[in-house]
Design a protein around this ligand. Sequence first.
Ligand code: GLN
Length: 403
Amino acid sequence: MIVAVKDVICMKGKRITCGSRILEHYVSPYDATVIQRLEAADAIIIGKTNMDEFAMGSSNENSAFGVVRNPVDESRVPGGSSGGSAAAVAAGCATTTLGSETGGSIRQPAALCGVIGLKPTYGRVSRYGLVAFASSFDQIGPFGQSVYDVASVLQVIAGHDPCDSTSADLPVSDYPSLLTGDVKGLRVGLPKEYFTKALDREIAGSIMKLVDRLKQAGAVVKEVSLPHAEYTIATYYILTTAEASSNLARYDGARYGRRAQDAGDLMDMYVKSRSEGFGEEVKRRIMLGTYVLSAGYYDAYYRKGQKVRRLIKEDFDNAFRAVDCLITPTTPSTAFRIGEKVDDPLQMYLSDVYTVSANLAGIPGISIPCGKDKKGLPIGLQILGRQFDEEMILRVADFLERE
Ligand code: GLN
């Protein structure tokens, strides 16, 4: 296994920037659990990959160290925030890479670069040594050129870790050996809220072609409903900014990273260090997050967001009573042009419309390539499964890959 690692995961003695000026010269004092496990499995780690600053972004244009280009068309974005990891696999620089997800940062760039990307169930993979963005959402997961690749990496990195109290103490399957190609009798759901008239025709067409293959192989395909789907983006951007504003408080010029040189008193040092160190999108998230948590607005935004998160999770619980997995598009469009959405944060946030629900609900999801549009740009198909049922989504992904 030749692996490159998103620069948000600690490797002892190596710099970890998280795509931010504030951590430009920061060196990790320890290895993340996923790194320890990969090295124990004789993986060769060849380097770090660029990313949106602190994993906030959908295009990799928010890195302090430059944009990442999409290897399929270099005038376009690779997606984000794990854009470097997706591009490295698409360009053949590494057989597999690690990314991280809070709201689609593995699946969305996988779709835009035409590779496979898996977000495990929250708690499946240890977060020890993953720099926190929104701790109740974050998960590490693999990219690869084949389903077998990502299944193999998942098997190595998954499992309980005493250093992460949110990692689940559940058995880990031998994922690669379960890729049998058999989908007979499987019940597959198509959420009607994702397949509306607004969905791009070419994307819908490519997905339905593969859904037909599942039917031909004996799977039962039915429509399901996720009634709170329309609230996912709003809920996601309330809860994750709240968590981020708290997590990013530690970059204060004293404990970690960059300290402004010409500061006067302590407050001035905080303000200058953070103003110089953080980019625009990170500042926007910190401001949104502190706002939704502030005393006068906590009930209206943060508390309400938590309640809606529960409803979104229950939508999935209900759907998974009727079906074994769900199929949806991964993204509303194929790779957009560099610069196209930078001045419109809301448009950028809407690129996550099909992915953030899995992070709100904590369920696993995978994106696999499913043909190209007329411009020759990759289209991604997403498979979502029950909590801790990575086996199921890998099995379906493997079948579709063979098709
Ligand atoms: N694009 C989303 C955001 O900007 C997702 C990020 C992620 O999953 N890390 O928050």
